[in-house]
Design a protein around this ligand. Structure first.
Ligand code: UDP
Ligand code: MG
Length: 313
């Protein structure tokens, strides 16, 4: 029987923790597999820490990792995978948007297909605003169009991965980890699992617009160099326009059909247009340089302050 860990990142989730643990535990108890939970407290400033410590004292199957500060969702999941020693792992949100009740079916699917990854595809999303739904739909399609790796659409980090995938994931050194993309990139046998995403049971999203944008731009920058090629394309395009304009005005001067002297408007437009193109190009370059800078420093993904119920710490 394969052993299982459920990996749950938690950031200021005091209002959902108790219920989240109760529901997950109930599902795990009904399994025949040896199963535990790894909670990663991503530097919460509310009572999440205390609640998790209480759970860990009462239940030795629950492991807890406390970060030294907030490192972000992806770092928390990374720590969970890095510290997992079971045959299988399932990544869940603490807010129960990804229902733990689906775990038995995910395990069955893994068994039946002998899959290395069972990724969960949302067919619908309850309790999320039109903006979030629409922006995420658009984003996943844009990302797929831009990048070389096939990343399944409408799929979050909610998935089952096996030891093989975890071992390869542990070897990845990049700092800006876009986990759902990286797991696709790792390869092996990956099968979909369709589900309805539920509403948060309590509390509010820890992904405000600012974090969402950062998340999306990281995904794009780490998984695609196409923006660089696109600005080069833009450069060639504007050069062509420039050449055409040059030829037109020169001929116009020679044959007298151009009124170039009165061209204040066209000059200003051209200057602003080309200025804009250059700024965009520099901006895109800058984004990649920023990434190089971050990566070259090679700081760790996260810093752990304390671990609970790990035999070897
Ligand atoms: N999370 C985290 N660190 C953060 C932000 C979020 O560990 O900096 C956790 C959060 O507690 C939750 C999961 O990541 O378990 C997903 O966050 P959330 O539910 O707020 O995102 P949404 O489902 O709204 O996209
Ligand atoms: Mg959520």
């Amino acid at each position: 029987m394969k052993s299982l860990s459920v990996i749950v990142p938690c950031y200021n989730e005091e209002s959902v923790m108790a219920e989240s643990y109760r529901r997950t535990k109930q599902v795990l108890q009904a399994l025949t597999n040896p199963a535990g939970i790894i909670y990663i407290n991503d530097g919460s400033s509310d009572k999440t820490r205390t609640i998790l410590n209480e759970i860990a004292v009462a239940d030795p199957q629950v492991k807890v990792i406390h970060f030294s500060r907030n490192f972000g969702h992806q770092s928390a999941v990374t720590a969970g995978i890095n510290h997992c020693d079971t045959d299988l792992a399932i990544i869940l949100d603490a807010d129960m948007q990804d229902p733990p009740e689906l775990i038995p079916d995910m395990l069955k699917r893994q068994e039946a297909e002998q899959a290395n990854v069972v990724y969960c595809v949302r067919q619908s999303r309850e309790g999320e605003g039109v903006f979030k739904k629409l922006s995420s739909k658009l984003f996943y399609r844009l990302l797929n169009a831009m990048c070389e790796v096939d990343i399944p659409l409408d799929t979050g980090d909610f998935r089952l991965i096996d030891r093989k995938v975890m071992a390869e994931f542990d070897r990845l050194k990049e700092r800006g980890k876009y986990i759902r993309g990286l797991i696709s990139w790792v390869g092996f046998k990956q099968v979909p699992f369709y589900y309805e995403r539920e509403a948060r049971i309590a509390g509010e999203t820890k992904y405000p617009l600012r974090k969402m944008l950062k998340f999306a731009s990281n995904a794009l920058l780490y998984f695609s160099t196409r923006p660089l090629r696109m600005v080069m394309g833009l450069g060639f395009f504007t050069v062509l326009i420039g050449l055409a304009l040059g030829i037109w005005t020169t001929l116009g001067k020679l044959y007298g059909f151009s009124k170039a002297e009165s061209g204040w408007t066209s000059i200003i437009t051209t200057i602003i247009f080309f200025g804009g193109v250059q700024l965009i190009t520099t901006g895109v370059l800058g984004q990649y340089i920023g990434i190089l800078f971050d990566e070259i420093k090679a700081r760790p993904d996260y810093i752990i302050e304390e671990k609970k119920n790990f035999t070897k710490s």
